[in-house]
Design a protein around this ligand. Sequence first.
Ligand SMILES: [Cu+2]
Length: 159
Amino acid sequence: MASKQVLALLLFSAVSLLPFAMGADIVVGDGNGWMPDFNYTDWAATKSFAVGDNLVFVYSGGDHNVIPVGGVEFKACNGTGAARVFTSGRDVIPLKTTGRKWYLCGIADHCQRGQKLVINVLPATSPAPALPPTSSSTPIMKRTFQAAMVIAVAIAMMN
Ligand SMILES: [Cu+2]
């Protein structure tokens, strides 16, 4: 019985959180990918970034890398001592918190040649579905489905 309850609750949580997982995959540099001699500041100015989106760095593995850094390291093009270095050639970095995020390539002089990206991450665009509906804009289908899930959980608890 207990496991059934847990399962139902997990399912309900998963459904509630679903809209948060539907952020956009933003390919850094679009068709140019991640490379030196490209102005990522100009590129970023044409985009908006929000919690739930993914940054996707695309490059030939081994030629470059992606190092999340702080603002000071970013200015200095200093990627040494960073906690993580991404090297796969298709690095997907989820944007989990708001505010400024800095990334650079730590290979040779690539960062000095512009292979560095600073973005400002905004709050998630979709409203939190777990909160009580405050406006009539919440789709009725979604509300009905959530109500059905609550009933399912209740039934599971009674078993
Ligand atoms: Cu590079």
